[in-house]
Design a binder for this molecule. Structure first.
Ligand code: DC
Length: 220
């Protein structure tokens, strides 16, 4: 029987990497909901539609078609997978994802992904709003400093410019936006297993979740 695993948590908690690797290990599909929010933010910003311009926003949302094809994100048929991973889009996605109309427009696209088999979904409200009945729920977090350090090292390893203090301040400001917005603020879903990864390696987090899931599945 197919099942859903959700992983929620703040920016930089290691959710993407953990979810991607777990999906491979478990042989199930990976759903990166942040990528969907990034794609919609990118296209709305490019179209110069401000988050508070409700009239244009609703019209645009009804016309934008987002598709997920083999972990690539297409907007109206165009692949934006590479373009959505920039500090600018970090900021933009945090702004646009606070708009209830945007969240509503993206809900069914996320929910229908479970029709194609077991999935591991990662985001900010996947365990509470998108898949409240998920069989397995996890909440991954880490101190802002630990998350900033990881982002900093990640950027350096990709030969990108990196300034630790700047990254830390951007993470704190995104936390503030994502946690205090009215629409689906970041919160720990009911029945989620809480994991503080500040002092854990990525492999330790993956193994912890993997063992937990395998044990429950073996008993059913
Ligand atoms: O996980 P990420 O950094 O790719 O997410 C980008 C932004 O999208 C982040 O600021 C919060 C938002 N987001 C959200 O509101 N709900 C989700 N399920 C996923 C992401």
């Amino acid at each position: 029987m197919s099942y859903v695993i959700t992983i929620d948590g703040p920016a930089g908690a290691g959710k993407s990497s953990v979810a991607k690797n777990l999906a491979l290990k478990l042989g199930i599909k990976y759903l990166d909901t942040g990528a969907i929010y990034r794609a919609i933010a990118l296209i709305l910003a490019k179209s110069e539609i401000k988050p508070d311009n409700k009239e244009f926003l609703n019209e645009a949302l009804s016309e934008i078609k987002i598709e997920l094809v083999n972990n690539e994100v297409l907007v109206n048929g165009f692949d934006v997978t590479g373009e959505i991973r920039t500090p600018e889009v970090d900021e933009l996605s945090s702004l646009y994802s606070a708009v209830p109309e945007v969240r509503k427009a993206l809900l069914s696209l996320q929910q229908e992904q479970k029709n194609y088999g077991s999935i591991i979904a990662e985001g900010r409200d996947v365990g509470s709003v998108v898949f409240p009945d998920a069989r397995f729920k996890f909440f991954l977090t880490a101190s802002p400093e630990a998350r900033a350090r990881r982002r900093y090292e990640q950027r350096l390893s990709k030969n990108q410019d990196a300034d630790y203090e700047e990254i830390l301040s951007a993470i704190k400001s995104r936390d503030e936006n994502d946690s205090h917005r009215e629409a689906a603020p970041l919160s720990i879903p009911d029945n989620a297993v809480y994991i503080d990864t500040s002092d854990m390696s990525e492999d330790e987090v993956i193994n912890f979740i993997y063992e937990h899931v395998k044990e429950v599945l073996s008993k059913s």
